[in-house]
Design a protein around this ligand. Sequence first.
Ligand code: UDP
Length: 456
Amino acid sequence: GKAEAELDSKKLGRRLVFFPVPLQGHINPVIQLANVFHSKGFSITIIHTEFNSLDQSKYPDFTFHLIPDGLLEHEVSTSDVTVLLAKLNINCANPLRQCLDRLLQDKGEPVACLITDTIWYFTQELADSFNLPRIAFRTTSICSFLAFYSLPIFRKLGYLPKQDSQLEVEVPEFPPLRVKDIPAIKSRDPENVFSLISCMMEKTKAASGLIFNSFEELEQQELTKVGEEFRIPTFAIGPLHKYFPASSSSLMEQDRSAICWLDKQAPKSVIYVSFGSIAEMDETQLSEVAWGIANSLQPFLWVVRPGLVQNSSGLENLLPNGFLEAVNGRGYIVNWAPQQEVLAHPAVGAFWTHSGWNSTLESICEGVPMICSPFFGDQLVNSRFANDVWKIGLRLEEGLKKGEIERAIKRLMDEKESEEIRMRVSSYKEKINACVKEGGSSHQSVQSFIDYILSI
Ligand code: UDP
C-alpha cells in the first residue's frame, strides 16, 4: 500500500545491527529504537540470545540471528543480575564474533554500525576488530548513568560500602543523592559490580557515539555533563515508546482483563502497583505492601509477577490472612499487565513503581504521578530525582512499611494535596509531546544521529 511505497522511497540501503541485553527493561527500548530507525529507511538485524530470546514472528520487518549464550540451567536467573551480566559478557563473545563475521561477509546492504547496550562492554573490541563503528545505547536515565560513573569516587570518599548509620547522609559531590541512593547493586560478589561498571564506562568512552532513552527537557544538565566527561557524540532521543509501544516486546503474556476491570472504575480513582520484571521482595515486605494498599482504602490494580517473592507457591498462599476480606473487591491482581495501556487509562490516578526507567518514562508520558520504591541500581537514582528534582513522585523513605505506604497513597490520590505534583507531571507530559514532534529536541536528535551515522 501507500505506507510501503513511502517506506520504499526512504530506503537508505544501509543496515543497523542490534544486540539487546536479554532483560525486559532493555529489550523494550531496543525494539523501539530499531522500529524508529526502520521507519527512517534502515534495514534492521537483531542478534539475540537463547536466554529470553525474542519471538521473531512479531517483527516481520527485521532479520534475526539467534546465538548461544552458554548459560547453564542453574545460571539462568536474574536474582543476581550483575553475575548474570558478567557471565553473558564472556559467554557471548565468540558466538557474536562468528555471527558478525558471517553477517559482514554477506553481499547484502552494508552495515552502518553495531548498536549495543552500554552493558555489553565486550562488543567494543569486537566491533573495532571488524572496523565497524559501535554505538553504545544506554536504556536508562542519564542521571543514573552519571551516578554509576561516579561509583569509584563514592568508594574513595568512603560512602561505600554503605553503613546503616550513614544512609540518610547527603552526598555533596552529587546532589541531591543521599548515601542510600548511590546506585549500588547487591551481589554475592560485590567486586564484580565495580568491575562490570568500570568496564562499561571505559568501553563507552571508546564507542563512536552514545544514545540515551531520555529527553533534553528532563535531563539537560546531565546530558551536558555526559558530553563533557565522555567526549563522544551523545544523543537523547526518548521517550522511545512515544514512537512505538513497548507491548509488542513483552516477554510475558499481558493480562488484558486488567483493562476491562479499569473500564468499570471511576476516573483517576485507581492506584496502579507494579515493581517491574526483576525486583524481588520477601514475604514480610509483601505483607507490608498488601496492608499498605488495603489500609489506603483506594481501588487498586496490582501486578504480582511470578518470582516477585522468591520460592513462593502461588498468589493464594502469598497474600496475608484477611487481606482479601479487608479489600472486599476493591482491587484487581494480575500476573503481568499491559502497562502502557494501563497508565493511559482514565481510571488510573497514580502509579506505585520501583522506578525502573521504562516505567518512569511511561508514567510521565501519561501524566501519572508516582510513588517510588526503588529496589536497586538506577532505580535508586531515578526515584531520588523523581522526588527531589523533577518533583513528580513521592519516594518512600522508610522502605516498604505499611504506615508510610498508606499515607503516601492517600496523599497522592487526594486532589488538593497532590495538585502541584500533578501539575508538574502534566507539564512534562506536554514537553514530551512537543519533543518528539517535528522540530522538537528528541526528533532533531534522531535526525542528527542519522546524519552522523551516514557520515562515518
Ligand atoms: N511491564 C509490563 N507489564 C507489567 C509490568 C511491566 O508490560 O505488568 C513493562 C513496562 O511497561 C516496562 C517494562 O515492563 O516497559 C519494565 O521495565 P522497567 O525499566 O520499568 O523495569 P525493569 O523490569 O527493567 O526493572
